[in-house]
Design a binder for this molecule. Sequence first.
Ligand code: HEC
Ligand code: HEC
Ligand code: HEC
Ligand code: HEC
Ligand code: HEC
Ligand code: HEC
Ligand code: HEC
Ligand code: HEC
Length: 330
Amino acid sequence: MKNVALITLLMATTLLYACGGSESENREVSLESGNLILAASHGDEGSAWTLPDCAACHAMEVIHAEAEGVRTIVRDKGYTTCTGCHGRNGSSESEPRRCGVCHNSHDLPQAPQLQGQHAHTFTVGDAAAADDAQCLHCHVASDMDGSFELNRDLTGYPDATQIVSRYGSVSDFCLRCHNRDHQQVGFEITSSRFDNPLIAIEDAFHFVDQHGLIDGSGSRIYAGLREGYQYQTAVSCTDCHAMHGTDNAKLIIDNSLKGVARLDASIREAPHNVTVSGGDYSQLCVLCHQMSVLLDDGHLDTGNGLAGVHEVGSDCRVCHTHGEAVQAGL
Ligand code: HEC
Ligand code: HEC
Ligand code: HEC
Ligand code: HEC
Ligand code: HEC
Ligand code: HEC
Ligand code: HEC
Ligand code: HEC
């Protein structure tokens, strides 16, 4: 009995080795293509599709010979992780797709930065961490290769014409949901206020906001930008808003490391905190803005070590909010 079992095991292993090696060019799942999600062709002409027990056929020692970036952590965390990267193999009985098992402040503390009271949990004002299902709403088929690619690592949602067109920027992605008239099924946003940025931001981004597609003049009295940013270029939503964790309301970043992606590393990586109180956003604005001719409060430390904006300590929202067209705007 024992011998028969051993021989079967050896044969199975040899088979997996052989297929894994010689057919690697034809595999659907590969780092090269960026696709990790299993399809109906899984196994020998689809024989493994819908089977939930990955361990039955895939020995941990054999897999991921060419996927150095994930081999160790997958071995460490075990078979409950398989579906996270490879999908559920067409079976409702297979493991749920888990993310937090690896993406937590212990195992992958930088990817992403999760600390903070608020995350994008699809509920305004929520004070909870994002759960696995919420990660998936935004990253349904990531390739986990350590570099972030817009059209691989973000879920493709249809645009206003109902076509899943490619994203040109992270902001494109946000606007597929944050708009008035072409929201996504399951993510409806209703607001009693016509000008609420939750639904008005698409209009503001295209036609009003200086940080959006409308160009700033660059010639105002408090003009001046820090290294990394220029006038006449759009600023990304995630330069100012953190998706994964922040202590500030409205998902405003609480630290330069969580946004301001283009800011010169010597300033961004210092790093500088951002605390917001009573509508005083000066610690956010000052990360990128530094007036070249010192006027008004231009010399005043905003409280995070940086100076260079006016009206420090006051409520900026009177004149600077999304969709504000009359004052200097946002
Ligand atoms: C009945 C056996 C069997 C089961 C159960 C099974 N697989 Fe497979 N799987 C195979 C075979 C055979 C191949 C093709 C040989 C190879 O590439 O290793 C394969 C290939 C794969 C591939 C590469 C596929 C490709 O198209 O490039 C992945 C990824 C994979 N399996 C993951 C899983 C996961 C995750 C599970 C559990 C949900 C699972 N398998 C369950 C037999 C199985
Ligand atoms: C963190 C993401 C991740 C997780 C989790 C993961 N894999 Fe993979 N897997 C990959 C990547 C990336 C590749 C492509 C490697 C390549 O291009 O050779 C891959 C390829 C494979 C392949 C085909 C090629 C090979 O290396 O054998 C199989 C089979 C496979 N995985 C099975 C599994 C099983 C079973 C589990 C659960 C124990 C699992 N994977 C968990 C990322 C993952
Ligand atoms: C509302 C959408 C959204 C949700 C929910 C979300 N993310 Fe993200 N994630 C993004 C965007 C957008 C980026 C690109 C970040 C940027 O441009 O700064 C990103 C980037 C990342 C990155 C790579 C960049 C980095 O910070 O290292 C990882 C890893 C990541 N997300 C994992 C997760 C995990 C895990 C979850 C669940 C806890 C999650 N995300 C939830 C939208 C989201
Ligand atoms: C077995 C561990 C593991 C699991 C489970 C896992 N990831 Fe990852 N993920 C990684 C690793 C490792 C990286 C690469 C991190 C790096 O080098 O910066 C990564 C990277 C990412 C990135 C950044 C983009 C990229 O391609 O590197 C995103 C987004 C991401 N994961 C989302 C998810 C989501 C969503 C889930 C759940 C469905 C998930 N991950 C499950 C290990 C895992
Ligand atoms: C799949 C749809 C979807 C995507 C994509 C999406 N959001 Fe949201 N977002 C929502 C929903 C739904 C809410 C909650 C609305 C409510 O509760 O009325 C929300 C809420 C918010 C809030 C308010 C949070 C609070 O607590 O005040 C901000 C800010 C936000 N999103 C910014 C973004 C940014 C920036 C992006 C892109 C990186 C993005 N969203 C991508 C659907 C989405
Ligand atoms: C991530 C960097 C960044 C942050 C943070 C930032 N800005 Fe800006 N800001 C820019 C850039 C870049 C431009 C130029 C955009 C353009 O010309 O298209 C700009 C333009 C402006 C303009 C228009 C200037 C003109 O010449 O017309 C105003 C007003 C402004 N920002 C105010 C603010 C306020 C108020 C805050 C804080 C709530 C803030 N900004 C935060 C980068 C930033
Ligand atoms: C220059 C920084 C900056 C950029 C870029 C930016 N925002 Fe904002 N956003 C803010 C500030 C500051 C507020 C809060 C204003 C207030 O308190 O009324 C805000 C508020 C919001 C709100 C309202 C949240 C709530 O709960 O009331 C939403 C939604 C939002 N932004 C989405 C976006 C989206 C989507 C993008 C990209 C298209 C974007 N923002 C780009 C700074 C920014
Ligand atoms: C009473 C209205 C008002 C308030 C309150 C206000 N601002 Fe302004 N802000 C303006 C106007 C108007 C301009 C443009 C001046 C010009 O056109 O030359 C401006 C310009 C700016 C600019 C320069 C953008 C550029 O690149 O030219 C920044 C940065 C800025 N404000 C930040 C802030 C911050 C931070 C606060 C709150 C702490 C704030 N403002 C409060 C009206 C206001």
